[in-house]
Design a protein around this ligand. Structure first.
Ligand code: SAM
Length: 194
């Protein structure tokens, strides 16, 4: 895994505007990670997929930043989750973004999600177990192989958190694929020429 610097231009972005914040909202993708992802999405062509959108906080930021892109927001209240991830079970699916005309909510287990044509950016933030992140990654990687160019971003590369499968899976994947970890974030990328 190669460490790359945080792009200066991404620091200028405000990810969550004031009207998006409130006591009843939960920010899962912290500001620094979110502004990086928003900047990256702007460097890609085509539409976006967010695997694991929860209440749609990041979905909303993405869809509002890029009204010309369609955002496919995938999540479901009826998926199997590791005990440690139960607290993230979605209660109001894509509540904060589902009204936007460029958002398509996909209420499904991501394992059964069919990637539509025209996707250039995939954000994987769903099932964080080893098997879960493997399933989501293999699907995205297979899509990217036949629909170049696709930028894949994973959230929660946090080796210090014992139960997370994300670092374990990505360390293994890095042996055969060019992956970069962006400094100061938990975001790993494939497909970005830094
Ligand atoms: C950390 S939250 C996502 C946060 C969101 N990306 C954001 O930035 O606001 C993880 C989400 O993944 C969803 N998830 C877990 N396993 C899933 C699966 N197999 N299919 C679809 N969604 C899944 C959970 O329901 C949960 O809402």
């Amino acid at each position: 895994m190669t460490l790359v610097p945080y792009p200066a231009a991404a620091k200028e972005i405000v990810a969550y505007k004031d009207y998006m914040l409130g006591d009843d909202r939960h920010i899962y993708t912290v500001e620094d990670d979110a502004r990086l992802l928003l900047w990256l999405a702007g460097q890609t062509w085509g539409n976006c997929v967010e695997i694991g959108c929860n209440e749609g906080m990041f979905t909303r930021a993405l869809a509002e930043w890029y009204p010309g892109k369609r955002v496919y927001a995938v999540d479901s209240a009826y998926v199997t989750l590791a005990a440690e991830q139960e607290c993230e079970r979605v209660k109001r699916l894509c509540h904060f973004a589902k009204h936007l005309t460029n958002v398509t909510v996909v209420d499904a287990d991501s394992r059964s999600f069919h990637y539509p044509k025209g996707v250039g950016f995939v954000f994987i933030d769903g099932d964080h177990s080893l098997e879960g992140v493997r399933a989501d990654s293999e699907k995205a990687l297979a899509y990217a192989e036949t629909h170049n160019p696709v930028l894949i971003a994973w959230h929660d590369y946090r080796p210090e958190v014992e139960w997370l499968g994300v670092p374990k899976y990505l360390d293994e994947l890095a042996k055969t694929h060019d992956l970069v970890l962006v400094d100061g974030t938990s975001i790993v990328l494939k497909g970005w020429a830094w």
